[in-house]
Design a protein around this ligand. Structure first.
Ligand SMILES: *Cc1c(COP(=O)(O)O)cnc(C)c1O
Length: 376
Protein backbone atom coordinates (compact mmCIF):
# COMPACT_ATOMS: atom_id res chain seq x y z
CA UNK A 1 0.00 0.00 0.00
CA UNK A 2 1.19 3.52 -0.76
CA UNK A 3 1.87 5.52 2.43
CA UNK A 4 -1.22 7.50 3.43
CA UNK A 5 -0.97 11.29 3.50
CA UNK A 6 -3.51 13.98 4.39
CA UNK A 7 -2.82 15.44 0.94
CA UNK A 8 -0.83 13.77 -1.86
CA UNK A 9 0.44 16.59 -4.06
CA UNK A 10 3.32 14.57 -5.48
CA UNK A 11 1.10 11.76 -6.74
CA UNK A 12 -1.18 14.31 -8.37
CA UNK A 13 1.75 16.11 -10.02
CA UNK A 14 3.26 12.93 -11.45
CA UNK A 15 0.14 12.27 -13.54
CA UNK A 16 0.30 15.68 -15.25
CA UNK A 17 4.04 16.25 -15.01
CA UNK A 18 4.66 16.87 -18.72
CA UNK A 19 1.92 19.48 -19.03
CA UNK A 20 2.96 21.27 -15.85
CA UNK A 21 6.67 21.20 -16.70
CA UNK A 22 5.96 22.54 -20.19
CA UNK A 23 3.83 25.33 -18.72
CA UNK A 24 6.57 26.34 -16.29
CA UNK A 25 9.22 26.10 -19.01
CA UNK A 26 7.27 28.35 -21.36
CA UNK A 27 7.01 31.04 -18.68
CA UNK A 28 10.77 30.85 -18.16
CA UNK A 29 11.33 31.12 -21.94
CA UNK A 30 9.03 34.16 -22.12
CA UNK A 31 10.76 35.73 -19.10
CA UNK A 32 7.51 37.47 -18.19
CA UNK A 33 7.28 36.47 -14.58
CA UNK A 34 4.78 39.00 -13.30
CA UNK A 35 1.59 40.20 -15.03
CA UNK A 36 2.31 38.21 -18.17
CA UNK A 37 -0.04 36.83 -20.77
CA UNK A 38 -0.14 33.57 -18.81
CA UNK A 39 -1.88 35.29 -15.91
CA UNK A 40 -4.47 36.75 -18.29
CA UNK A 41 -5.02 33.37 -19.96
CA UNK A 42 -5.65 31.68 -16.63
CA UNK A 43 -7.84 34.54 -15.45
CA UNK A 44 -10.04 34.24 -18.55
CA UNK A 45 -10.24 30.45 -18.35
CA UNK A 46 -11.26 30.69 -14.70
CA UNK A 47 -13.91 33.33 -15.54
CA UNK A 48 -15.31 30.92 -18.07
CA UNK A 49 -15.23 27.94 -15.71
CA UNK A 50 -17.00 29.89 -12.97
CA UNK A 51 -19.39 31.77 -15.22
CA UNK A 52 -18.40 35.03 -13.55
CA UNK A 53 -17.69 38.39 -15.19
CA UNK A 54 -14.43 39.23 -13.43
CA UNK A 55 -11.63 37.21 -11.88
CA UNK A 56 -8.83 39.23 -10.30
CA UNK A 57 -5.77 37.10 -9.56
CA UNK A 58 -3.94 38.11 -6.38
CA UNK A 59 -1.13 36.91 -4.13
CA UNK A 60 -3.09 34.61 -1.79
CA UNK A 61 -6.53 34.01 -0.29
CA UNK A 62 -5.96 36.27 2.70
CA UNK A 63 -5.06 39.16 0.39
CA UNK A 64 -8.17 38.40 -1.67
CA UNK A 65 -10.34 38.83 1.44
CA UNK A 66 -8.49 41.96 2.50
CA UNK A 67 -8.72 43.63 -0.91
CA UNK A 68 -12.41 42.74 -1.14
CA UNK A 69 -13.11 44.47 2.19
CA UNK A 70 -10.91 47.46 1.25
CA UNK A 71 -13.02 47.97 -1.87
CA UNK A 72 -16.28 48.34 0.02
CA UNK A 73 -15.52 51.76 1.50
CA UNK A 74 -16.09 50.61 5.08
CA UNK A 75 -15.25 52.88 8.01
CA UNK A 76 -13.36 51.94 11.19
CA UNK A 77 -15.83 50.46 13.66
CA UNK A 78 -18.12 49.09 10.96
CA UNK A 79 -19.16 45.55 11.75
CA UNK A 80 -18.45 42.51 9.64
CA UNK A 81 -20.20 39.25 10.49
CA UNK A 82 -18.13 36.07 10.13
CA UNK A 83 -18.56 32.55 11.50
CA UNK A 84 -16.47 31.73 14.57
CA UNK A 85 -15.69 28.25 13.24
CA UNK A 86 -13.30 28.92 10.33
CA UNK A 87 -9.66 29.55 9.48
CA UNK A 88 -8.31 32.69 11.14
CA UNK A 89 -7.77 34.62 7.88
CA UNK A 90 -11.50 35.27 7.53
CA UNK A 91 -11.58 37.44 10.67
CA UNK A 92 -7.96 38.56 10.63
CA UNK A 93 -8.38 40.86 7.64
CA UNK A 94 -11.48 42.41 9.23
CA UNK A 95 -9.56 43.27 12.39
CA UNK A 96 -6.49 44.39 10.45
CA UNK A 97 -8.55 46.99 8.58
CA UNK A 98 -9.90 48.48 11.84
CA UNK A 99 -13.30 46.92 11.26
CA UNK A 100 -15.03 44.92 13.97
CA UNK A 101 -15.41 41.19 13.46
CA UNK A 102 -18.74 40.00 14.84
CA UNK A 103 -18.65 36.25 15.27
CA UNK A 104 -21.69 34.07 14.81
CA UNK A 105 -22.27 30.39 15.45
CA UNK A 106 -22.41 27.70 12.76
CA UNK A 107 -24.93 24.97 11.98
CA UNK A 108 -24.06 21.79 13.87
CA UNK A 109 -24.65 19.64 10.78
CA UNK A 110 -23.21 21.53 7.79
CA UNK A 111 -20.55 23.48 9.79
CA UNK A 112 -21.46 26.67 7.86
CA UNK A 113 -22.71 30.02 9.21
CA UNK A 114 -26.03 29.80 11.06
CA UNK A 115 -28.60 32.02 9.41
CA UNK A 116 -30.50 32.50 12.67
CA UNK A 117 -27.30 33.69 14.38
CA UNK A 118 -26.63 36.15 11.56
CA UNK A 119 -30.10 37.65 12.02
CA UNK A 120 -29.45 38.15 15.74
CA UNK A 121 -26.03 39.72 15.15
CA UNK A 122 -27.16 42.53 12.87
CA UNK A 123 -26.90 46.06 14.34
CA UNK A 124 -27.02 49.52 12.74
CA UNK A 125 -23.22 49.27 12.35
CA UNK A 126 -23.32 46.00 10.38
CA UNK A 127 -22.05 46.53 6.83
CA UNK A 128 -20.94 43.15 5.52
CA UNK A 129 -21.53 39.43 5.94
CA UNK A 130 -18.68 37.02 5.18
CA UNK A 131 -20.03 33.49 4.83
CA UNK A 132 -17.40 30.75 4.69
CA UNK A 133 -18.11 27.72 2.51
CA UNK A 134 -16.37 25.48 4.99
CA UNK A 135 -14.73 22.20 3.94
CA UNK A 136 -16.04 22.55 0.38
CA UNK A 137 -19.77 23.04 0.79
CA UNK A 138 -21.67 26.27 0.19
CA UNK A 139 -23.28 28.02 3.13
CA UNK A 140 -27.02 28.64 3.05
CA UNK A 141 -26.60 31.43 0.51
CA UNK A 142 -30.18 32.03 -0.52
CA UNK A 143 -31.13 32.96 3.05
CA UNK A 144 -27.91 34.92 3.63
CA UNK A 145 -28.38 36.96 0.44
CA UNK A 146 -31.98 37.64 1.43
CA UNK A 147 -30.95 38.99 4.85
CA UNK A 148 -28.23 41.09 3.21
CA UNK A 149 -30.74 42.56 0.81
CA UNK A 150 -33.18 43.41 3.59
CA UNK A 151 -30.48 45.20 5.59
CA UNK A 152 -28.56 46.66 2.66
CA UNK A 153 -25.36 44.72 3.45
CA UNK A 154 -22.53 43.47 1.28
CA UNK A 155 -21.82 39.76 1.04
CA UNK A 156 -18.19 38.69 0.59
CA UNK A 157 -17.91 34.91 0.20
CA UNK A 158 -14.90 33.12 1.61
CA UNK A 159 -14.67 30.41 -1.06
CA UNK A 160 -11.09 29.44 -0.22
CA UNK A 161 -12.14 25.82 0.38
CA UNK A 162 -14.99 25.51 -2.09
CA UNK A 163 -13.90 26.32 -5.64
CA UNK A 164 -16.11 24.44 -8.07
CA UNK A 165 -18.96 23.73 -5.62
CA UNK A 166 -22.33 24.58 -7.10
CA UNK A 167 -25.34 26.08 -5.34
CA UNK A 168 -28.90 25.70 -6.62
CA UNK A 169 -31.31 28.54 -5.85
CA UNK A 170 -35.02 27.82 -5.41
CA UNK A 171 -35.70 29.25 -8.90
CA UNK A 172 -33.45 26.50 -10.28
CA UNK A 173 -30.52 28.79 -11.05
CA UNK A 174 -27.16 27.11 -10.42
CA UNK A 175 -24.24 29.34 -9.41
CA UNK A 176 -20.65 28.43 -8.61
CA UNK A 177 -19.22 29.02 -5.16
CA UNK A 178 -17.83 32.53 -4.72
CA UNK A 179 -20.01 33.97 -7.49
CA UNK A 180 -23.24 34.50 -5.54
CA UNK A 181 -22.47 37.49 -3.32
CA UNK A 182 -21.04 40.89 -4.28
CA UNK A 183 -17.53 39.46 -4.10
CA UNK A 184 -16.03 35.98 -3.71
CA UNK A 185 -12.50 35.10 -2.62
CA UNK A 186 -10.44 31.98 -3.15
CA UNK A 187 -7.01 30.61 -2.34
CA UNK A 188 -4.65 28.60 -4.52
CA UNK A 189 -2.52 27.45 -1.57
CA UNK A 190 -0.99 24.09 -2.60
CA UNK A 191 -3.34 21.94 -0.52
CA UNK A 192 -6.52 23.73 -1.64
CA UNK A 193 -8.77 22.03 -4.24
CA UNK A 194 -7.17 24.11 -7.01
CA UNK A 195 -3.67 24.57 -5.65
CA UNK A 196 -0.52 26.02 -7.17
CA UNK A 197 3.12 25.42 -6.21
CA UNK A 198 3.36 28.34 -3.80
CA UNK A 199 0.95 31.08 -2.82
CA UNK A 200 -1.88 32.37 -4.97
CA UNK A 201 -5.44 33.59 -4.76
CA UNK A 202 -8.23 35.26 -6.68
CA UNK A 203 -11.23 37.52 -6.27
CA UNK A 204 -14.49 37.01 -8.21
CA UNK A 205 -17.21 39.55 -8.93
CA UNK A 206 -19.94 40.33 -11.45
CA UNK A 207 -19.82 44.04 -10.54
CA UNK A 208 -17.77 46.13 -13.00
CA UNK A 209 -17.17 49.00 -10.57
CA UNK A 210 -16.04 46.73 -7.74
CA UNK A 211 -13.78 44.83 -10.15
CA UNK A 212 -12.07 48.04 -11.22
CA UNK A 213 -11.71 49.18 -7.62
CA UNK A 214 -10.17 45.87 -6.52
CA UNK A 215 -7.80 45.73 -9.49
CA UNK A 216 -6.62 49.20 -8.54
CA UNK A 217 -6.19 48.34 -4.84
CA UNK A 218 -4.27 45.14 -5.65
CA UNK A 219 -1.89 47.24 -7.74
CA UNK A 220 -0.74 49.92 -5.26
CA UNK A 221 -3.93 51.94 -5.69
CA UNK A 222 -2.82 52.77 -9.21
CA UNK A 223 -4.74 52.86 -12.49
CA UNK A 224 -2.53 55.25 -14.47
CA UNK A 225 1.18 54.50 -14.05
CA UNK A 226 2.63 56.19 -10.96
CA UNK A 227 -0.62 57.99 -10.17
CA UNK A 228 -1.88 56.68 -6.84
CA UNK A 229 -5.48 57.68 -6.26
CA UNK A 230 -5.98 55.53 -3.21
CA UNK A 231 -3.95 53.52 -0.74
CA UNK A 232 -3.49 50.03 -2.09
CA UNK A 233 -1.36 46.95 -1.60
CA UNK A 234 0.94 44.84 -3.75
CA UNK A 235 -0.75 41.54 -4.38
CA UNK A 236 -0.31 39.55 -7.56
CA UNK A 237 -0.30 36.03 -8.88
CA UNK A 238 2.97 35.27 -10.62
CA UNK A 239 3.11 33.79 -14.13
CA UNK A 240 4.62 30.45 -13.11
CA UNK A 241 1.78 29.85 -10.66
CA UNK A 242 -0.73 30.91 -13.32
CA UNK A 243 0.75 28.38 -15.77
CA UNK A 244 0.43 25.60 -13.18
CA UNK A 245 -3.11 26.64 -12.28
CA UNK A 246 -4.15 26.84 -15.92
CA UNK A 247 -3.18 23.18 -16.39
CA UNK A 248 -4.82 22.08 -13.13
CA UNK A 249 -8.03 24.01 -13.87
CA UNK A 250 -8.60 21.59 -16.78
CA UNK A 251 -8.60 18.75 -14.25
CA UNK A 252 -10.59 20.49 -11.52
CA UNK A 253 -13.85 18.67 -12.22
CA UNK A 254 -12.02 15.33 -12.37
CA UNK A 255 -10.31 16.17 -9.08
CA UNK A 256 -13.66 17.06 -7.52
CA UNK A 257 -15.14 13.70 -8.58
CA UNK A 258 -12.14 11.84 -7.15
CA UNK A 259 -12.69 13.59 -3.82
CA UNK A 260 -16.43 12.83 -3.94
CA UNK A 261 -15.71 9.16 -4.67
CA UNK A 262 -13.41 8.94 -1.65
CA UNK A 263 -16.02 10.75 0.48
CA UNK A 264 -18.67 8.29 -0.64
CA UNK A 265 -16.42 5.39 0.35
CA UNK A 266 -16.01 6.89 3.82
CA UNK A 267 -19.76 7.54 4.11
CA UNK A 268 -20.68 3.95 3.31
CA UNK A 269 -18.02 2.51 5.60
CA UNK A 270 -19.14 4.64 8.56
CA UNK A 271 -22.89 4.43 7.93
CA UNK A 272 -23.50 1.93 10.74
CA UNK A 273 -20.82 3.16 13.11
CA UNK A 274 -22.67 4.72 16.08
CA UNK A 275 -19.65 6.71 17.26
CA UNK A 276 -19.25 8.58 13.96
CA UNK A 277 -21.51 11.16 12.35
CA UNK A 278 -20.61 11.50 8.68
CA UNK A 279 -20.63 14.99 7.13
CA UNK A 280 -24.14 16.27 6.41
CA UNK A 281 -24.79 17.60 2.92
CA UNK A 282 -26.63 20.85 2.32
CA UNK A 283 -29.32 19.74 -0.14
CA UNK A 284 -28.86 22.96 -2.15
CA UNK A 285 -25.11 22.60 -2.66
CA UNK A 286 -22.70 20.13 -4.15
CA UNK A 287 -19.81 19.25 -1.84
CA UNK A 288 -16.27 19.38 -3.25
CA UNK A 289 -14.70 17.92 -0.08
CA UNK A 290 -11.76 20.14 0.59
CA UNK A 291 -11.93 18.18 3.83
CA UNK A 292 -13.80 15.07 4.84
CA UNK A 293 -14.69 16.08 8.38
CA UNK A 294 -16.69 13.76 10.58
CA UNK A 295 -17.94 14.19 14.12
CA UNK A 296 -16.96 11.74 16.84
CA UNK A 297 -19.41 11.02 19.63
CA UNK A 298 -18.48 13.45 22.42
CA UNK A 299 -17.61 10.67 24.88
CA UNK A 300 -14.79 9.46 22.59
CA UNK A 301 -11.25 10.56 23.43
CA UNK A 302 -10.33 12.24 20.16
CA UNK A 303 -6.66 12.66 21.05
CA UNK A 304 -6.32 8.97 21.77
CA UNK A 305 -8.00 8.08 18.47
CA UNK A 306 -5.64 10.37 16.59
CA UNK A 307 -2.62 8.91 18.36
CA UNK A 308 -3.67 5.33 17.66
CA UNK A 309 -4.37 6.10 14.00
CA UNK A 310 -1.00 7.80 13.75
CA UNK A 311 0.81 4.66 14.92
CA UNK A 312 -1.05 2.79 12.16
CA UNK A 313 0.24 5.27 9.59
CA UNK A 314 -3.06 7.13 9.25
CA UNK A 315 -2.74 10.91 9.57
CA UNK A 316 -5.72 12.98 10.74
CA UNK A 317 -6.22 16.65 11.53
CA UNK A 318 -8.53 18.75 13.67
CA UNK A 319 -9.96 21.68 11.71
CA UNK A 320 -10.40 23.72 13.90
CA UNK A 321 -9.55 23.06 17.56
CA UNK A 322 -10.31 26.57 18.88
CA UNK A 323 -13.17 28.74 17.60
CA UNK A 324 -12.16 32.32 16.81
CA UNK A 325 -14.08 33.94 19.69
CA UNK A 326 -11.84 31.96 22.09
CA UNK A 327 -8.55 32.86 20.36
CA UNK A 328 -6.31 35.05 22.49
CA UNK A 329 -5.99 37.82 19.91
CA UNK A 330 -9.74 37.99 19.33
CA UNK A 331 -11.23 37.60 22.79
CA UNK A 332 -13.66 40.38 23.53
CA UNK A 333 -16.09 41.15 26.34
CA UNK A 334 -18.77 41.40 23.74
CA UNK A 335 -18.52 37.74 22.72
CA UNK A 336 -19.05 36.57 26.29
CA UNK A 337 -22.64 37.68 26.08
CA UNK A 338 -23.24 35.45 23.09
CA UNK A 339 -23.26 31.70 23.00
CA UNK A 340 -21.52 29.64 20.39
CA UNK A 341 -22.59 26.16 21.48
CA UNK A 342 -22.29 24.55 18.06
CA UNK A 343 -18.82 25.88 17.29
CA UNK A 344 -17.61 24.89 20.75
CA UNK A 345 -19.07 21.40 20.40
CA UNK A 346 -17.58 20.99 16.91
CA UNK A 347 -14.13 22.18 17.96
CA UNK A 348 -14.09 19.30 20.46
CA UNK A 349 -15.54 16.55 18.26
CA UNK A 350 -14.55 17.06 14.61
CA UNK A 351 -11.91 14.96 12.93
CA UNK A 352 -10.70 15.34 9.35
CA UNK A 353 -9.51 12.22 7.53
CA UNK A 354 -7.04 12.03 4.63
CA UNK A 355 -8.72 13.63 1.61
CA UNK A 356 -7.14 14.19 -1.77
CA UNK A 357 -7.34 13.19 -5.40
CA UNK A 358 -4.99 10.21 -5.20
CA UNK A 359 -6.61 8.05 -2.48
CA UNK A 360 -7.08 4.48 -3.71
CA UNK A 361 -9.44 1.78 -2.47
CA UNK A 362 -6.74 -0.10 -0.64
CA UNK A 363 -5.91 3.02 1.39
CA UNK A 364 -9.56 3.86 2.00
CA UNK A 365 -10.27 0.32 3.15
CA UNK A 366 -7.29 0.44 5.51
CA UNK A 367 -8.33 3.80 6.97
CA UNK A 368 -12.00 2.93 7.46
CA UNK A 369 -11.42 -0.57 8.84
CA UNK A 370 -8.89 0.66 11.35
CA UNK A 371 -11.01 3.59 12.50
CA UNK A 372 -14.09 1.37 12.86
CA UNK A 373 -12.07 -1.19 14.84
CA UNK A 374 -10.75 1.49 17.17
CA UNK A 375 -14.23 2.75 17.90
CA UNK A 376 -15.81 -0.69 18.49
C1 LIG B 1 -6.86 28.85 3.11
C2 LIG B 1 -7.92 29.75 3.63
C3 LIG B 1 -7.77 31.14 3.64
C4 LIG B 1 -6.49 31.86 3.31
O1 LIG B 1 -5.89 31.54 2.12
P1 LIG B 1 -4.29 31.78 1.95
O2 LIG B 1 -4.08 31.61 0.49
O3 LIG B 1 -3.61 30.77 2.78
O4 LIG B 1 -4.01 33.17 2.39
C5 LIG B 1 -8.85 31.90 4.06
N1 LIG B 1 -10.00 31.34 4.46
C6 LIG B 1 -10.18 30.01 4.48
C7 LIG B 1 -11.49 29.45 4.93
C8 LIG B 1 -9.14 29.17 4.08
O5 LIG B 1 -9.32 27.84 4.12
Amino acid sequence: MKPIQMVDLKGQYEKIKTEIDNGIQSVIESSTFVKGGMVTTFQQNLEQYLGVKHVIPVGNGTDALQIALMALGLQPGDEVITPTFTFIATAEVVALLGLTPIFVDVEPDTFCMSVESVKKAITPKTKTIVPVHLFGQNANMEAILQIAKEHNLYVVEDACQSIGAEYTFSNGQKVKSGCMGHIGCTSFFPSKNLGCFGDGGAIFTNDDALAQEMQCIANHGMTVHYHHDKIGVNSRLDSIQAAILDVKLRYLDTYISARQTAAHYYDVAFANQPNIAIPTRNSKSTHVFHQYTLKLRSSIDRNAVQEQLKTLGIPTMVYYPIPLHLQKAYRNERYKKVDFPNAEMLSKTVLSLPMHTELDEEQLEYITENLCNLLQ
